[in-house]
Design a protein around this ligand. Sequence first.
Ligand SMILES: NC(=O)c1ccc[n+]([C@@H]2O[C@H](COP(=O)([O-])OP(=O)(O)OC[C@H]3O[C@@H](n4cnc5c(N)ncnc54)[C@H](OP(=O)(O)O)[C@@H]3O)[C@@H](O)[C@H]2O)c1
Length: 355
Amino acid sequence: MDREGRSCDGTEMAARRALVTGATGFIGSHLVPALLADGYQVRACGRRTRPATIPDEVDYRRVDLVDGGDLAAVVDGITHVFHLAGASSSRSSQEEMRRDNVEASEHLLDAVVAAGSVARVLIMSTTAVYGEEEELPSPVPEDVRPHPSRGYGKAKWEAEQAAWRAGDAGLPVVVVRPVSVHGPGAVKLVASAALDVALEHAMGLDRLVVHRQPVEQRLVHVDDLVGACLHLVAHPEAAGRAFNVASGVYPTSHEVAGILARCYGMEVVLDDDPDAGPSYDERAATRASLVAAGMDDSILLSQERLRFLRKTNRNNRISLEALASTGFRLGHADPGPAISADVEWYRRHRWLPDG
Ligand SMILES: NC(=O)c1ccc[n+]([C@@H]2O[C@H](COP(=O)([O-])OP(=O)(O)OC[C@H]3O[C@@H](n4cnc5c(N)ncnc54)[C@H](OP(=O)(O)O)[C@@H]3O)[C@@H](O)[C@H]2O)c1
């Protein structure tokens, strides 16, 4: 039997026992049910008390990976680790990003190495490690030397280094680098842009003002990311490699704004002023009255209106050759239906007003 728990003819011999860190987060909430459906036994952890959304058959452990005590018990008997826990700039300070990305990864990896039972470790990194200041080859391949330019990308790159060191010491590590992820349950990025559109509709506006200068966007649907994780963790040649994950389609800010505007029967109007449209205070006041009337407050309100659509990146296009070479095929190439379906979900769950 090999470390993957298979006999030499490839038959599954032992149960696959997955540990998902960051299971209480957005991507974890999609990964956990997918692992169960794929036949894994699942242990999941997060820092909060067990949320009702964690399926009953999951062994949930409440633990802080930095100072949570006995990580040996958390990794005991685990064959596959999916390390998703981390912190991004939307909600965390510089210190928290370092703590929850770098220190948390180092502690977890130490425990995984010590356990000796783990056949694969999948580390959820990000394309933010490539940075935006240094011009890299386009599309950016995984083996380029990253130049992270901001706190989040720097912390995730440092966390990756901990994983590569463990890999050099013999741990079969797979690193996944997704672009911005969207889908049901996301609370930032596209979700925040959708909130802005919904707020303006609630204010009675029927025109969505967008800056005339188009900005190229990059996205991936959470189902494609989860599918890629399940595929890569089991792929015989994935260990020791990093994989970019994106839809491979690059809509402009005008196109994404158009998709969101149509969900609320609005029309996009281009403007020379990048700061045109309702102010933060106006948007915050409208949101507060909608929340008072029963809207869920999970989606983050960005200080800057339609912030996600404004983010330029000279290294926007990333290579998907490594992922394609493993035989993985993406399912959500067309952003129109995928983003409209997100908005439907938000409306159904009252994370956005119904219209
Ligand atoms: N969302 C994206 O667009 C995107 C894009 C690229 C990469 N990523 C990466 O994908 C991963 C998951 O992202 P997400 O959007 O699902 O994040 P998320 O919703 O913010 O969830 C973060 C998760 O990490 C847990 N966590 C944070 N610090 C921890 C610590 N010290 N100990 C234990 N658990 C800790 C949180 O637990 P509690 O909430 O229970 O405290 C939560 O479960 C992250 O590593 C992120 O960098 C995300």
